[in-house]
Ligand binder design. Structure first.
Ligand code: NI
Length: 297
């Protein structure tokens, strides 16, 4: 036995070197995809007949603006939050829809769940009563532009018009001026994100869980993707304009609740956000190193 181990040591060492080499190869190969951390597309979809028309082609996805990480620095955009508890935010985009949103509101009400609706101004104007109901039932309303145009393709006046028209439609329908917004397609850039914060008073809200419900119109798929990827602090993206998405919600929400998740609005989640331990400058006399793994944003 002892003699064999002398032979084994060089063999194991070689194997370890090989494995390390393979790993570093794999890591560098994976790098480009990991660098684009966020939403690939939040595609526009042909609108149901009851909905005002939306743009059909998704423009190329832009990487979201970098988020400040230093402790004490103001965060301008969020893919997820770093929270102390099993809190998550369900978000529904591109409505309100005349019939599907009320169905979803019934499902949320039965389960005591508060969600956030990133609405299109033109849909609010078409379905103000649905928006009023969502507000009355305690959900948060966020701005998702007036007619789903990619903001980086618009000039300063165009962005302002998209934001202001939508805010006005929400207020006219009986809601408060939104304090969170989600860019159509998740498309923004550093300058627009800063302006959305500074000029319009919005937090820019992306997502970290995307079941691709606009693409795969299958309730079981929507449920399984959300269950697989949701973790504390997650912001879940879905669309209340697809029957399959709404049909997925009872099972999805029941399963998430069973796992212990608690549903809050995006603004509530953002209010719980804490600076990441890894980004916090450690005092010199820090007794022990920070071992908690930094979450990707
Ligand atoms: Ni959208």
């Amino acid at each position: 036995m002892k003699q064999n181990s002398w032979i084994l040591i060089p063999v194991l060492a070689l194997a370890a070197i090989g494995a390390t080499f393979k790993l570093s190869q794999a890591q560098s190969a994976a790098q480009p995809t990991l660098a684009v951390a966020v939403p690939k597309t939040e595609a526009a979809v042909p609108a149901p007949s009851a909905q005002p028309a939306q743009a059909e082609a998704a423009p190329a996805m832009q990487a979201p603006a970098a988020e400040p990480v230093a402790a004490g620095q103001k965060r301008l955009s969020y893919n997820s939050c770093n929270v102390d508890g099993p809190y998550i935010a369900l978000t529904f985009d591109d409505g309100p829809h005349a019939t599907l949103t009320p169905k979803l509101l019934d499902i949320l009400k039965e389960r005591g769940v508060k969600a956030t609706f990133f609405v299109l101004g033109q849909c609010v104007a078409a379905n103000p009563d649905v928006l009023r109901r969502a507000v009355a039932e305690g959900h948060e309303i966020g701005n998702h532009s007036y007619d789903h145009k990619a903001l980086p393709k618009l000039g300063a006046a165009g962005v302002a018009s998209e934001m202001n028209q939508t805010d006005d439609a929400v207020v006219q329908a009986g809601g408060k001026k939104p304090v969170v917004m989600r860019p159509p397609y998740g498309a923004t850039n550093a300058a627009i994100t800063k302006r959305l914060n500074d000029e319009f008073g919005f937090k820019v809200v992306m997502w970290d869980v995307d079941p691709l419900d606009w693409k795969v119109r299958n309730a079981a798929h929507v449920t399984s993707e959300i269950l697989k990827n949701t973790k504390p602090g997650s912001i879940v993206l879905a669309h209340d304009i697809h029957p399959s998405t709404v049909a997925a919600m009872p099972e999805t929400i029941d399963a998430l609740q069973k796992k212990g998740f608690k549903f809050v609005t995006v603004s509530e989640l953002v209010a719980m956000d804490r600076p990441l331990p890894a980004a916090t400058p450690q005092p010199a006399a820090s007794p022990k190193p920070v071992t908690k793994k930094a979450k990707r944003h």
